[in-house]
Design a protein around this ligand. Structure first.
Ligand code: GLC
Length: 538
């Protein structure tokens, strides 16, 4: 029985609200801007939009430091703007997923202001306060993900508070039932407004070791890595008790029917899959970021997909991510030609794909001049900043690419006059057209959206360059061949004499090949990917 739940069959599209569309002329995107551009998402053929945080915030970490979980920051608009956005999205059959940031609040959140007021304050235990070590230094060796210690001393009380990220982002104490209850009410607040699910920020961080033990040294630490990697994060995150916390959130979502809980989790595959929960009652989709971390080589990616497929618990639904607001853009990482292969990979693997805004026009990295750096991480640890992947969307060839009437908060690509939605929309060779065709193929073929997956073995000389697999459902079999290399390759197609199948091209990353019938050998151009359809030969 094929799966039909929307978050299994659909595709998610991430919008970074600062960078999608500015409507009030301040150079920063806003909620009315997202509403105005929903037509693009409907046209492209995605099913859900995940919006990074737009809550009231001092913006120390661009909204991932929340001062009021129930309010829209004036920079982005109002609650009425949000209601209009969700109504418009639902009218177009698009689901809306919010970014929920429960691990830490802003220091400006009233909960923290109270918690900090005194050791006796009823909200003291809502955050993680500890006495100094005997030498007066931080309570343990935990480091901040953005550089430096993860503990900041509060002069008034003499205690330290823990922050996995900036000192402006104190971690909440999820062992405290009052915190859980308050956060569950936040979820209900948005669910009642009609949201279809949440992407939960750093979900594997929510529970820390009860004894706050020191993290062990990481023997593999290399100096080019961020400082946090000096230690293995064994005690500061990924603690077993976190699964129960996630199940608690999921139970709140289920009060409202079929809503989705996506968890942000950077862990190796064998740890990642535990976040489905022992009885699949934790995260619906533990975000799978493996493609962001694996070298871009056919054999490495093939091994990764096989490993992930094998590791999934029974009934656990897979998912794949190629880019987000924290990691290098795919087009910058692999180049324009391979970005097309990557698009085909993402949209033909088994499981829910998540697209990052701008990847559909092949946005690369934009160099950020020192005087325009925004990301606090770049200031703390130069070279690790995320501004280059957060540059404003490019809609047309007007000044500022249709994003804003004024100079945007971050620069745009130098080729914005050509690299924009308007210019690529009707160009049959553009990456935008390829994305749209892939999305429509995914909709039209249950083999792609809900079907099974199996790898297709290739001779060793080919397997280093080409990744081959099949998707199948009912009578339909599709075979996907992706050339990660820059040489032409000839792929034998008859590996199963009993089946005697013939094949035709459904879609190629190279324009103009669709419909072509293949013989026993398929010639793949450099950097070409194809989706073939099997025809039983009579
Ligand atoms: C997540 C977000 C990232 C943010 C961090 C702290 O990793 O994706 O952008 O800086 O959490 O909230």
């Amino acid at each position: 029985m094929p799966e039909t739940i929307w978050w299994k069959t659909g595709t998610v599209y991430q919008v970074y609200p600062r960078s999608f569309q500015d409507t009030n002329g301040d150079g920063v995107g806003d909620l009315p801007g997202i509403t105005a551009r929903l037509e693009h998402l409907a046209w492209l053929g995605v099913d859900a939009v995940w919006i990074s945080p737009f809550y009231r915030s001092p913006m120390a970490d661009f909204g991932y430091d929340v001062a009021d979980y129930r309010a829209v920051d004036p920079l982005f608009g109002t609650l009425e703007d949000f209601d209009a956005l969700i109504a418009e999205a639902h009218r177009r059959k698009l689901k809306v997923i919010l970014d929920f940031v429960p691990n830490h609040s802003s220091i400006a959140h009233p909960w923290f202001v109270e918690s900090r007021a005194s050791r006796e304050n009823p909200k003291r235990d809502w955050y993680l306060w500890r006495d100094p070590a005997p030498d007066g230094g931080p309570p343990n060796n935990w480091l901040s993900n953005f550089g430096g210690p993860a503990w900041t001393r509060d002069e008034a009380s003499g205690q330290y508070y823990y922050h996995a990220f900036l000192a402006e982002q104190p971690d909440l104490n999820w062992r405290n039932p009052e915190v859980r209850a308050a956060m569950h009410d936040v979820l209900r607040f948005w669910l009642e407004r009609g949201v279809d699910g949440f992407r939960v920020d750093v979900i594997w961080h929510l529970i820390k070791d009860e004894g706050f033990r020191d993290n062990p040294q990481n023997p593999d630490f290399a100096p080019h890595q961020p400082g946090i990697n000096r230690f293995s994060q064994v005690y500061s995150c990924d603690r077993p008790e976190v699964i129960e916390v996630i199940s608690g959130m999921r139970a709140v979502l289920r009060e409202f029917g079929e809503r989705v809980l996506i968890g942000e989790i950077y862990l190796p595959v064998e740890r990642l899959v535990t976040y489905y929960g022992p009885d699949l009652e934790a995260a619906d989709l533990p975000f799978n970021f493996q493609l962001l971390e694996t070298p871009w080589q056919a054999d490495a990616v093939a091994a990764l997909v096989a490993e992930y497929e094998a590791a999934l618990p029974e009934g656990g639904w897979p998912n794949w991510v190629l880019g987000n607001h924290d990691r290098p853009r795919i087009a910058a990482r692999v180049g324009d030609a391979q970005a097309r292969v990557a698009a085909m990979l993402l949209l033909t693997l088994r499981g829910t794909p998540t697209l990052y805004y701008g990847d559909e026009i092949g946005l690369g990295h934009v160099p950020i001049p020192p005087d325009r750096v925004q990301d606090p991480w770049e200031r703390n640890e130069p070279g690790h900043g995320r501004d280059p992947v957060r540059t404003p969307m490019q809609w047309d060839d007007s000044r500022h690419a249709g994003f804003s009437a004024v100079e945007p908060w971050l620069p745009q690509t130098e080729d914005a006059e050509r690299r924009n939605v308007d210019a690529m929309r009707d160009d049959s060779r553009s990456i935008l057209t390829l994305y749209r065709r892939l999305l429509s193929l995914r909709r039209d073929h249950p083999a792609l959206s809900v079907g099974g997956w199996r790898s297709v073995p290739l001779p060793p000389s080919l397997a280093t360059e080409v990744f081959a697999y099949e998707r199948f459902e009912g009578d339909e079999t599709l075979r996907i061949l992706l050339n990660f290399g820059s040489a032409e390759r000839s792929i034998p197609l008859e590996d199963d004499a009993a089946k005697q199948e013939t094949w035709s091209v459904l879609l190629s990353t190279r324009p103009g090949r669709a419909g072509e019938a293949t013989g026993n050998v398929l010639h793949l151009s450099p950097d070409e990917g194809v989706v073939l359809r099997a025809h039983p030969s009579s």
